[in-house]
Design a protein around this ligand. Sequence first.
Ligand code: MTE
Ligand code: MO
Length: 197
Amino acid sequence: MKFFEKPSSAQADRVPPGQHIAKGFPVLTYGETPQITPPDWGLQISGLATPRTFTWDDIMALPQRTFTADFHCVTTWSKLDVTWQGVAVPDLMAQISVDSSVEHVLLHCYGGYTTNLAIADFNRPENFLAHTLAGQPLPAEHGGPMRLVVPHLYAWKSAKWISGIEFLAEEVLGFWERNGYHRRGEPWAEERYSDRG
Ligand SMILES: Nc1nc2c(c(=O)[nH]1)N[C@H]1C(S)=C(S)[C@@H](COP(=O)(O)O)O[C@H]1N2
Ligand SMILES: [Mo]
């Protein structure tokens, strides 16, 4: 009888310092869960890029891929091998005309949440927009109908109910980053909190 999840040694190598493996898939949301249906959903491109709004059908017309990724919340739980389906960020970026001065993005969400990323942390082949979790339509509490997943950073960067990408030359901090979290959030370096005092 196992009362807690003790990772095997192979799994332990994948759990960053200060993290433990969660049971199930916890939900971590600041505020209310927005209720958005696919026909209501859109992704607005703004800032230093040609403005455009991607509809649900626009995203579905892009290459659909399956991703298996580990998920690390800064509150110390991790979940390994989460299976998602969606669109790789570079496949989306290929559809967007971005100014050469762009260095950062600020991601916007239904409900008002924001989070920031350097463009090099955003436009990576392992990052994706997800609409399916474990073979089922992404539940609203996990960010459905559409969220971002950025596996290599703490999960507060994985914007749920994503509604927009703002392209920027200078860094603009998002919600948690303004409220004491680290501007980058790399779990292996335990970049949990801001060093800005
Ligand atoms: N829009 C939005 N996205 C969000 C959050 C949020 O509160 N609002 N929470 C973040 C945090 S702190 C984490 S750990 C993950 C949690 O995703 P989950 O609820 O699917 O586990 O979503 C991230 N994305
Ligand atoms: Mo989190």
